[in-house]
Design a protein around this ligand. Structure first.
Ligand SMILES: C[S@@+](CC[C@H](N)C(=O)[O-])C[C@H]1O[C@@H](n2cnc3c(N)ncnc32)[C@H](O)[C@@H]1O
Length: 447
């Protein structure tokens, strides 16, 4: 699924562009994000620092004092609890930073403090994304996408034998729909994790349908969950997740799935879906082009053509009809999710050679993806192709500033590069290079 940013997007981007150098409280290591430094403290110093501060009900001033106290007195992570109990840090003089320019003090403690009862939620820079999944509307869109939901249902229910008696992890469970399918398929235990408030609905839905003995819900960011503390399995036989964004990689949730694969899956474990492919083709649709590009050349007799630059640098997410694909479809990425490195999904660079059987006027290019559920008894394909039934992912369109004409029998060679947007890690930048025309084009997918 894909989140749509809202009016607070600017704030989110601001947070992302700050360059931080946050030094660990207990060793000399530094990180650029609070998320990483807090994970480091947890993993290397066995301390959930924010959770500990929450347990002792610290306010923002006490939080500052504690940090300065720890640094000044070189407190070890194992001594933090005793310090908090003794309140020895709670002295005015510790309002003065021990370290000059200490970026740890910039942590938005009040704003991002997890609520009581919320386990391990570390959401300091991702609040808009998390909130976008709290509303029922987005879940209605996903659940009513039958192509999507029934592909998952088939992949689970029609492989019940593989699920029988197994432990299943559902990453980003939303309403809990995939967990319910897994429980129906006979899983012994299903752990359903989600970091947004929708988990409260999932918990109710699971109870309402009588699956509370099989499905356990956990609210929190998957990467920071303390499985042992929650008395939950630390290794799973099957991991299921619906993580795909527009043009597959928008939204960046694949990172979480690969983290789970590497840390929480048994050696023989299965990942569903296990493979995906991205496709790219040329498209021709003069009506669409007139409505979206030419429109700006004459708006009630006025020229507004300065917008054309924007329209042709932002990818559009719309349903494209198969008959408007005017070239061959090229595979630009094949991801074996059960083996691939995170880098292979972060930096896509692929050459293409689009072949044209008929003379065409190219108005733009189109991208889409398929996902495959394999390695069990029944294989299932979820396709978002313009030649299949449409899904809520639709297709991703990259419009040209000027249409290009091409003759039958000719081909168009080029290169596509997909990178994460440095100012918004969930967005993508797509670069296209058309070889014969020596033309470079840049698009952003931020939806
Ligand atoms: C596309 S929705 C899928 C919902 C549900 N599985 C379904 O198929 O209808 C993805 C869900 O993953 C959650 N999510 C994204 N990243 C997460 C993370 N790192 N930890 C926990 N939940 C996450 C989001 O809050 C969202 O509810």
């Amino acid at each position: 699924m894909d989140y749509r940013s809202n009016s607070s997007e600017d704030e989110y981007e601001e947070n992302q562009t700050d360059i931080l150098n946050i030094r660990c409280l207990f060793c000399s290591v530094s990180f650029g994000t609070f998320e990483n430094i807090l994970v480091h403290i947890k993993e290397n110093h066995q301390l959930d620092f924010i959770d500990k501060c929450r347990t002792f009900n610290l306010d923002i001033f006490q939080f500052f004092k504690l940090i300065n106290y720890i640094r000044k007195n070189e407190i070890k992570s194992t001594e933090v609890e005793a310090v908090l109990e003794s309140k020895s840090y709670n002295v005015e003089s510790y309002m003065i930073p021990t370290l000059e320019d200490d970026h740890f003090l910039m942590f938005d403690f009040e704003e991002n403090l997890p609520k009581k009862g919320v386990i391990n939620l570390d959401n300091n820079s991702d609040i808009d994304y998390i909130n976008s999944y709290s509303h029922f509307g987005i879940h209605h869109t996903m659940l009513s996408d039958k192509e999507r939901t029934l592909a998952y249902k088939d992949a689970i229910i029609e492989n019940s034998e593989a699920f029988l008696g197994k432990s299943v992890l559902d990453i980003g469970c939303g309403t809990g729909i995939l967990s319910l399918f897994a429980a129906q398929a006979g899983a012994r235990i299903v752990v359903a994790v989600d970091q947004s408030d929708i988990i409260d609905n999932a918990t109710m839905i699971i109870q309402q349908n009588g699956y509370e003995n099989v499905i356990k819900t956990v609210k929190g960011k998957l990467e920071t969950i303390d499985w042992k503390l929650l008395n939950l399995p630390t290794q799973y036989d099957i991991i299921i997740s619906e993580w795909m964004g527009y043009f597959l990689l928008f939204e960046g949730m694949i990172d979480t799935v690969l983290f789970a694969r590497d840390n929480l899956m048994t050696n023989e474990g299965k990942l569903l879906p296990n493979r995906s492919k991205m496709f790219f083709a040329a498209f021709s649709d003069s009506n669409f082009y007139e409505k979206n590009v030419d429109f700006w050349n004459d708006v009630y007799g006025f020229k507004m053509s300065s917008f054309i630059k924007d329209v042709t640098s932002e990818a559009m997410v719309e349903v494209v009809n198969g008959e408007n694909i005017c070239s061959s479809s090229e595979v630009i990425l094949e991801l074996d999710i059960s083996k691939c490195s995170i880098e292979s999904a972060l930096q896509v660079n692929s050459k293409f050679n689009l072949r044209f059987e008929q003379t065409a006027t190219i108005h733009g290019f189109v991208g889409w993806f398929d996902c495959y559920f394999e390695g069990m008894f029944k294989s299932v394909t979820l396709s978002t192709s313009p030649f299949s039934e449409s899904t809520h992912w639709k297709q991703t369109i990259f419009l040209l500033k000027e249409p290009i004409s091409i003759e039958a029998g000719k081909s168009l060679k080029g290169e596509i590069e997909i990178l994460r947007d440095t100012s918004n890690a969930r967005a993508l930048n797509v670069g296209l290079y058309l070889e014969q025309l020596n033309m470079s084009l840049q698009y952003n997918i931020s939806c």
